[in-house]
Each structure stands twice: as structure tokens, then as C-alpha cells.
Design a protein around this ligand. Sequence first.
Ligand code: ARG
Length: 457
Amino acid sequence: MKLWQGRTDGETAAEADAFNSSIPFDSRMYRADIEGSIAHARMLGERGIISRGEAEILIGGLRGILSDIDSGALMIDMTAEDIHTFVEETLTERVGEVGKKLHTARSRNDQVALDIRLFLREETEKIKSAIRGLISALTDQAEAHAGTIMPGYTHLQRAQPVTFGHHLMAYAMMLLRDLGRLSDCARRMNVSPIGSCALAGTTYDTDRALEAELLGFSSVCENSLDGVSDRDFSVELLSDLSIIMMHLSRLAEETVLWTSLEFSFVELDDAYTTGSSIMPQKKNSDMAELVRGKTGRVYGSLVSLLTALKGLPLAYNKDMQEDKECVFDAVDTVKSSLSIFTGMIKTMRVKPENMRAAASGGFINATDLADYLVGRGLPFRDAYKVSGRVVARCIADGETLETLPLDVYREYCPLVGEDVYGAVDLDACVGRRRSYGGTAPESVLHQVAYVREALGE
Ligand code: ARG
């Protein structure tokens, strides 16, 4: 006999039971479910809806179930319909008839809405701390490489020299915004739906504010129909997780490029690479590739949930049971991706010589030559043209801006002096870009300090 069998007598088909069951995935929420029930029992007792003695029995039973699941003494029955049913039935088995009073002034609709919020609230905190870990790893490497010169790219063509520290700090800034987004999401998530009951509220004299307070919520949702129907917080979390993965995926792509023989800017530690079963020379960046690949599945989760919710009439519909797997999978994926990236960044070996060699080709200092000519009195547009022609000459002569003889420079602009060589020197090019947020080592160190301060370190 099912817990919900009111008007029906017939048995459900085994196939329907299996199809209907959510316990394979919602059993993860057992702690949230039991803590929610403890708060509910306490509130029922406080309001005299059940006696205080009955509330104590329920609470004692629920605590016992929680510690037995934690210790492994109680196995969750995977044939149960869902975690809510399993906990309530186990409670009644353990404490007897009074167990049947727990579900007074409650429905599984507000119960599940509560559980997901409690569960995701905790997961959001874990993700935030994983992001902090990755930001710290990036920031430490950036500090160590605040003066390491590499080519900066636009269109993946060498553009201007930057420092590796500057490049890494760009990712730290993205992740800092991700942290902020998760905090915003957590704020909207931290609103209690319990007490909305099935959809319409209840005739019992409940105290929703007390339940919310016991569970650490900052407020209660204002409309019971919305309380049981709202999954915005999951959609919002998935959006934030998608943005995190988009950021990680860009860093993953760069890691794959940097570790290729063509770039050779970085070597990953053996702990974060794999080989090939046939090509003995290989050292592959599988972890980065996997993060890049897993990004698609997090986006997929976002689209799944948006699609599952669209067009649902108020209030609860069973479609909403489909909210959990996608968000749980995304949470797991993001946590493991952040963790693997942190280890990878901490242990990677940077190759400054190769970065500098790459920065020394490709006339990456052509803008600096133009800026030098501006300093000599040429309008920027004219300086730009002269610099372009000088680059073309260098290419024809097999020279660089650092090696082109002064008399050749003067063929293109008589204003050029001996000091041009100082102007096109890579270290000088980078060191002069001290503008706020720029690539000069001192600007990078300022960014490092800014991020550490934002992290409260
Ligand atoms: N397992 C269900 C879910 O995840 C719990 C809510 C069931 N409510 C109902 N009216 N059938 O959504």
C-alpha cells in the first residue's frame, strides 16, 4: 500500500513504480530532508498542532535515522518512491503511530522545494570555496610570473607583449565575478518555501517564520503557489555554473595550446597528464580537454531545466521531479572541474624562455615603435603607417625592430634616434604599460593584491 494511496485500491505496475521513483538521485538529499522534518516537527510542537512530547519523539526518531544513515547502519531502500517517503516510513516503523503525524500541515510539494534549497545552499558554498582555491592558485602563479613576458594575442595572432601574470589574472577576475554571481544566487535561494503545503497554504495555525529561522533561511516566500512551483534558484545556479564552465573551458583551451610542442609555454605536471597507448612520446592535457568537454554537459543541464519548466501550469507537476538530476550533475561536474584545474595550475611548470622567444618574433613591439614616433612629434596615424612600413622592410631584410640599423630606420622617418632600440625592447614595452589594469609587472602585482583582498586573504 502506497503512502499516497487515498482513493485507489489497485496495485501500480512495477514498471510504473520504477519510472516514478526518484530515490536513485534524491537520496543524496537525505540530510536536508531530515533536517527539514526536524524543524517541521519542532514547529508543530511549538504551535500545539501536535503535543511537545510527540514532537520530541519525532525529533528523536529523525535524529536517529540521520545518524544511522551517516554511519551506514541504515541503508536507504532504493525501491522506495523517494527520499521523503523513505524517511517518513522509516520513522513510523521506528517510533510507531506518532510517526504518522509528521506530515501534518505539509506536503511533499513544499517538502521537496525545501530540500532542494537546503541541499543546493550547501553545494553552492562548496563551489564557492573551490573557486576561491582556483583563484588562489592562479594568483600565486601570477605573482611568480608578474614579469614573465609572453606574446599577447588577438585573433590568435601575436599582438602586443604581455606578462604571463597579467594573462592569468584575467582568469582570476572572471572567477571573482563568478563568486559574486553565486553569492547573489545564494541570497535568492535562501528563502523558505516550507509551509506553502500542497499549493494553497494550510488551515493549521503554523509558524512559517519559525521554521525558516530554525533552518537558517533569511525569509519565507510570500506566495504559496510560487513557493511550490519556483525552481528559479536552480535555473539561476545552472546559469552561474554554465558561466563558470565557459571560463574554465577558455582556460582549458589555452592550456591545451600552451602545452603543445608548437607553443611549449607550459608543461603540466605528470600528475595531471596522460600518455598514449601507442605513441610513447605523448604527454596529453586530458584534464583540460575533459573540462572543455564537460562544459557542454553543464550547458545541457541548463537547457534541460529551462525546457522542463517552460509551459508548466501552476502549481506542482511531476515534470518538476526532473529538476534534480541535471542540477546535481552540473554541481558535481563544476566541483570536480574546479578542483582538477586548481591542482593543474599549482603544479604546472612555466617556460619563460619559450614565452620570451615567441614574444621576440612577430613584431609584437610595432605599436611601441609607433608610440615612440608619436613621442618624437608624429601624429599617431602617421606614426602607425611608418611603423608598418618599417615592419615590411624588416621582413624583407630578415631583420627585427631590435636589429634594424639606424640609417635604415631614418629612411622611413628622419626623427628616429638611437633611443629607438630602448623603445622597442620587450622589457621596456611591458614595463611602460603601467596604466590601471595594464600588463606591467607593477600593475599585475596590484591586481594580485586586489584579488587577495577581495578574497579576504
Ligand atoms: N519526488 C517528488 C519530486 O521530486 C517529490 C514530490 C512529489 N509530489 C507529488 N505531488 N507527487 O518532485
